[in-house]
Write a protein that binds this ligand. Structure first.
Ligand code: NAD
Ligand code: UD1
Length: 343
């Protein structure tokens, strides 16, 4: 019988791509999302790609009654992937309580109900932000956790601790914590992708909107860092590759050979790419020029960080495969599709 997975935040950016991969791998999916940062139309995209529509519950995970009803009405959920969270770093500085309440209550409600409804395991979306500015790159999972630089980052650190403490208390559940590097791109079908609200803060949506003429120019935040071309370095991971890692994590967590009660994996390519290199890769892949200027450094930016993904490669059997040019082509195709839909 197909295993049933609850995907919180499943109409969001990474969640929607993961639901597609789960369904294509033969899992049944149930989504809960309060649509605070996504829209219901995403379900049409998922259905168009996979041929089946996930069960969808519109609801808020901070409300334990809503979650309880969901588990009552959808018996036999084997595993959870918890994407539901607020994720804008700047906003978290302005509204810290909202971030702590949303991100932590969501997680705690899910953990509390898991033993009661016989849910075996939870995959949690963490971030490379827990490493702060690394002492060495590439960075592996044994590197120290640094003091968080924002309430958002702190919710990820605290969430990792909550999961660890809960499992160490003897709770009959397992967890795989995934630390994402920089997820970018869109599904190659252009039927789902990232839907930033307002002016994007992140590089790739800003870049594609600039290439599309929605923004006048892209500002490169600093070219005087200690990197080969002076701009910051990140590990940009294709969102479909990232989604596939969740399927592998779920298989491992629910399988016979799970690697223990709690495991942590970095999800990145292992390759550092600078802001200027990413702009070049986009231009090369699409033939579209991106107007940009060099600006001031952005406060709080990390100079360089990229993953050592060896543990995910060997233990999960997962490897990032999509090349950055292809990711940029998909991001551009998605941008073009979004504009066409607005016409
Ligand atoms: P997203 O905002 O696109 O998706 C999150 C979804 O959760 C949205 O659809 C939103 O409506 C929903 N949601 C939020 N709070 C909810 C609640 N209380 N109840 C029900 N639904 C709720 O974000 P994303 O980029 O897909 O990120 C998914 C997860 O991955 C988040 O936990 C995020 O912190 C983490 N993450 C993201 C990145 C990134 O760069 N995108 C990097 C590292 C970690
Ligand atoms: C973001 C999040 C971080 C999260 C990480 C992983 C912020 C501040 N931080 O960080 O919490 O863990 O993603 O997904 O949002 N850049 C420009 N011009 C722009 C936008 C960005 O030059 O207009 C540069 C930045 O300086 C950075 C790189 O592009 O060097 C990537 O920026 P961004 O997409 O915001 O991601 P992170 O800073 O890595």
């Amino acid at each position: 019988m197909a295993k049933k997975i609850l995907v919180t935040g499943g109409t969001g950016y990474i969640g929607s791509h993961t639901v597609v991969e789960l369904q294509q791998a033969g899992y049944e999916t149930v989504i809960i999302d309060n649509l605070s940062n996504s829209n219901i139309g995403v379900l049409d995209g998922i259905e168009a790609i996979t041929g089946s529509r996930p069960v969808f519950v519109e609801g808020d995970c901070t409300d334990i009654g809503t979650l309880r009803r969901l588990f009552e009405e959808n018996r036999g959920i084997n595993g959870i992937i918890n994407f539901a969270a607020s994720k804008a770093v700047g906003e978290s500085v302005e509204k810290p309580l909202m971030y702590y309440r949303n991100n932590l209550n969501t997680l705690m409600n899910l953990l509390e109900l898991m033993p009661e409804y016989g849910v075996e395991g939870i995959v949690f979306s963490s971030s490379c932000t827990v490493y702060g500015e690394p002492d060495i790159n590439p960075i592996d999972e044994t590197a120290p956790i640094k003091t968080a630089t924002s309430p958002y980052g702190n919710t990820k650190q605290i969430s990792e601790e909550i999961i660890t403490d809960f499992i160490n208390s003897g709770a009959p559940v397992r967890s795989i914590i995934l630390r994402y590097f920089n997820p970018v791109g869109a599904h190659p079908s252009s039927l789902i992708g990232e839907l930033p609200r307002g002016v994007p803060n992140n590089l790739v949506p800003y870049l594609t909107q600039t290439a599309a003429g929605i923004r006048k120019e892209l500002t490169v935040f600093g070219d005087n860092y200690d990197t080969p071309d002076g701009s910051c370095i990140r590990d940009y991971i294709d969102v479909v590759d990232l989604a596939k890692a969740h399927v592998m994590a779920m298989e491992r967590m629910l399988g016979e050979n799970s690697g223990g009660k709690i495991e942590i994996f970095n999800l990145g390519t292992g390759r550092g790419v600078s802001v200027l290199e990413l702009i070049s890769a986009f231009e090369k892949a699409t033939g579209v020029k991106v107007p940009y200027r060099i600006g001031e450094r952005r406060a709080g930016d990390i100079e360089k960080i990229w993953a050592d993904p060896a543990k995910a490669n060997s233990e999960l059997g997962w490897k990032a495969e999509v090349q950055v040019e292809e990711t940029m082509r998909n991001a551009w195709a998605w941008q073009c599709r979004c504009m066409k839909n607005q016409d």
